[in-house]
Write a protein that binds this ligand. Structure first.
Ligand code: 13P
Ligand code: SF4
Length: 316
């Protein structure tokens, strides 16, 4: 893509990014919800768990994270001596915002006998107050390893929590947070789509609401949804997660049809995560050129947050 940065200079961002990457021995890690042009030049595209593992194991000198803040922060916690760059520091997450650390601390203090299993979509300060971190890929496996008589509290995603209660049979205490993208999918409109495309399977991320998940043919993390569409024999899917993942689904199965799940409001971009989409090719180029914005963290919080992340990696 060739664009004009200012009136005089034309820049081929893709070319420049690849040159900067080579010159600085950087690795570009991207989440499936990034713009397709960012996914296409990344060294690795994955879900939250896979991206955390890559951030820990990379030999690169610099990690450039095309995702949201909590993901880049997790990368920094796992590779504390490497600069971690995020194209736009404002790329947050509504789930992380729904769980401020002081309120979570009070919640924990009210239930001192509960083990805190916390979804990775939270700030480092909340991770530092947690016992075990999980992602939507490994949450079930982790919960199943907790002794049956041990009470659990789960934060911050209420929908994922409810889904996990059903899957594991564990009666967990839930924090009341939701994702602004996944909660806007309209059950009513999905029923309309199912009528229009009777052969299409409904696949959904567990951050979606209960009513929608009850209708789904398959539920899983972004990676698991992608894997399902590669292995399943159907030719058509209604995809109830952020629309960016469809890029990889189409690449892997060009002969299949992927229908983005519709939000309640017509003509909105509500199935796009507004935080993820703050990262652009131009910002990616600028952050690699300037070596900033960089993730910086309080050392004490970093060390405290590392423990529950390491527990997650051991248990998954
Ligand atoms: P995954 O771990 O499934 O990629 O989910 C990340 C996320 O933010 C979903 O909204
Ligand atoms: Fe957060 Fe939802 Fe965006 Fe995922 S899609 S990063 S949970 S706001």
């Amino acid at each position: 893509m060739i664009s004009t940065l200012n009136t005089e200079v034309e820049i081929d961002y893709r070319d420049e990014i690849l040159k900067l990457k080579k010159g600085s021995n950087a690795v570009i890690l991207a989440h499936y919800y990034q713009e397709s042009e960012i996914q296409d030049l990344a060294d690795f595209v994955g879900d939250s768990l896979e991206l955390a593992r890559r951030a820990k194991s990379t030999n690169a000198d610099i990690i450039v994270f095309a995702g949201v803040h909590f993901m880049a922060e997790t990368a920094k916690i796992l590779s504390p001596h490497k600069p971690v760059l995020l194209p736009d520091l404002e790329a947050g997450c509504s789930l992380a915002d729904s769980c401020p650390a002081p309120l979570f601390k009070a919640f924990r203090e009210k239930h001192p006998d509960h083990v805190a299993i916390t979804y990775i979509n939270c700030t480092a300060a909340v991770k530092a107050l947690s016992d075990i971190i999980c992602t939507s890929s490994n949450a079930e496996k982790i919960i199943n390893q907790i002794p049956k008589d041990q009470p659990i509290l789960f934060a911050p995603d209420r929908n994922l929590g409810k889904y996990l209660i059903k899957k594991t049979g564990r009666d967990m205490l839930l924090w009341d947070g939701t994702c602004i993208v996944h909660e806007t999918f309209s059950e009513r409109k999905i029923i309309d789509l199912q009528t229009e495309y009777p052969d299409a399977k409904l696949i959904a991320h567990p951050e979606c609401e209960d009513a929608l998940l009850n209708r789904a043919d398959y539920i899983g993390s972004t990676s698991k949804l992608l894997q399902f569409t590669k292995e399943d024999s159907s030719l058509s899917y209604i995809v109830a997660t952020e629309v960016g993942i469809i890029h990889q689904m189409k690449k892997a199965s060009p002969h299949k049809n992927f229908i983005p799940a519709p939000p309640e409001k017509n003509n909105c971009n509500c199935n796009e995560c507004p935080y993820m989409k703050l990262n652009t090719l131009e910002k990616l180029y600028l952050c690699m050129k300037n070596g900033k914005p960089e993730i910086t963290m309080d050392k004490e919080i970093l060390l405290k947050a590392l423990k529950p992340i390491e527990r997650m990696l051991e248990m998954s």
